[in-house]
Design a protein around this ligand. Structure first.
Ligand SMILES: Cc1cc2nc3c(=O)[nH]c(=O)nc-3n(C[C@H](O)[C@H](O)[C@H](O)COP(=O)(O)OP(=O)(O)OC[C@H]3O[C@@H](n4cnc5c(N)ncnc54)[C@H](O)[C@@H]3O)c2cc1C
Length: 375
């Protein structure tokens, strides 16, 4: 007899939500994670009162009321609205492209002015069937915005020329003819007060969790602990890279604690020129308006420079590479996964898919629901 109904490998968002729901349904659940902390990539660490997003900036946003109600059971969300700015060689532009951007770029005052300017540039490009990302972007926003705000940033992000990237990566580019800097046009948006780690901690309340524990180092032992396993680690690692490694884009984070109270005046500043080696700087305190939980101003600041790089085995995997080669490889792993009757693969690594947090929660809620209805 196994001790638990479910062993959940991974205490990230997917694992924590499934664990929470299964426990609520009366199941005996055990969670392990190979890292020394819970919360996976949404982990935040308190540094001098500032919640630092250790694996990149995370802004919660969703149109799904069920997901919003669900997360609000575990945390109070502040009214943070993502309004990043772009720095191109010292010129500051609002993102996503909106009337502030067009005013700064061309002096346009009215939506009509801006619309005409963009349409003229699109027409001038003469592109009808875009063959790559560069042509796709120019056909959507014209040459000037492409050159200052898209081209070099995208090339840093993907490590290759926009001419060599497929057009589908940017099916759409958000262009707004309003004075609205809200990046995510979602119904609900915010940052959990006190950070994401505390939110996940509450999801895992009353559940046994063991950290610094890698399932793959002794899978035979761990498999005997439970009737079913939910695996949220990399699917190719689970199968010992039988068909080869799935590829990712990886990131390097360079974090600094600074004496100043205000380094850049905004949580997220994208550096869109190739002269700057990093893609963006995050100033973490602005996710919570520079205040502590009592509304007092925080002193000092913490910033993180984010660099993207090619992934090599052993690096932290971040963004799945959406190309044909990796799609075919993933299909092979998926076929193998369907033979594992007592293992469910989930989350961004188990499904080799970029998921925003709300989508991860949706998937986790439906996975838990399905598991319980099948019994
Ligand atoms: C840079 C960046 C920024 C992002 N920003 C946003 C944002 O602003 N808004 C948004 O909605 N989403 C954002 N996301 C997406 C968000 O990070 C994911 O939706 C979420 O973290 C996925 O959770 P997960 O549980 O699937 O994966 P993870 O958080 O990766 O959790 C998987 C866990 O499994 C553990 N694990 C793996 N293998 C093993 C093993 N063998 N044994 C034990 N444990 C194991 C890992 O240590 C990890 O803790 C961003 C993603 C990135 C990369």
């Amino acid at each position: 007899m196994a001790t638990y109904d479910y062993l959940i490998v991974g205490a990230g968002l997917f694992g924590a939500v499934v664990a929470n729901r299964l426990k609520e349904k009366g199941k005996k659940v055990f969670v392990i994670d190979k890292r020394k902390h819970i919360a996976g990539n949404i982990y935040t660490e308190n540094v001098n009162g500032i919640n630092v997003h250790k694996y990149g900036a995370h802004i919660f946003h969703t149109n799904n009321r069920q997901v919003w109600n669900f997360v609000n059971k575990f945390a109070e969300f502040n009214r943070y609205t993502n309004s990043p700015v772009a720095n191109y060689k010292g010129e500051i532009y609002s993102l996503p492209f909106n009337m502030y951007t067009f005013n700064r770029m061309w002096g346009c005052i009215t939506p009509e002015d801006a619309y005409r300017k963009i349409e003229a540039q699109k027409k001038e490009s003469g592109i009808t069937t875009p063959r790559n990302l560069e042509e796709q972007a120019i056909s959507l926003v014209g040459k000037e915005i492409y050159e200052k705000l898209v081209k070099e940033y995208t090339e840093k992000q993907w490590g290759r020329s926009c001419k060599d990237l497929p057009a589908f990566i940017i099916k759409r580019l958000p262009v707004r003819f309003t004075y609205d800097n809200n990046y995510f046009n979602a119904l609900y948006q915010g940052i959990p007060v006190g950070g994401y780690t505390s939110l996940v901690e509450k999801m895992l309340d009353g559940i046994s969790v063991e950290l610094n524990t890698d399932f793959l180092t002794d899978r035979e032992y761990f498999s005997k602990l439970a009737d079913k396993i939910i695996f949220t680690g990399p699917i190719d690692a689970y199968f010992e890279y039988a068909f080869g490694a799935l590829e990712y884009r990886s990131l390097n984070f360079e974090t600094e604690i600074l004496d100043t109270d205000n380094y850049q005046g905004n949580a997220v500043v994208n550096y869109t020129s190739k002269e700057v080696p990093f893609t963006r700087i995050i100033e973490h305190k602005w996710f919570e308006f520079g205040k502590d939980s009592n509304g007092n101003d925080l002193t000092g600041t913490v910033i993180t420079r984010e660099y993207t790089k090619e992934w090599a085995k052993g690096d932290e995997p971040y963004y799945p590479v959406n190309d044909e080669k990796n799609r075919v490889l993933f299909e092979k792993y998926l076929a193998k996964a369907s033979e594992e009757k007592n293992v469910v693969f989930g989350g961004r690594l188990g499904e080799y898919k970029y998921y925003d947090m709300d989508k991860v929660i949706e998937r986790a809620l439906s996975t838990a629901e399905l598991l319980c209805s099948n019994q």
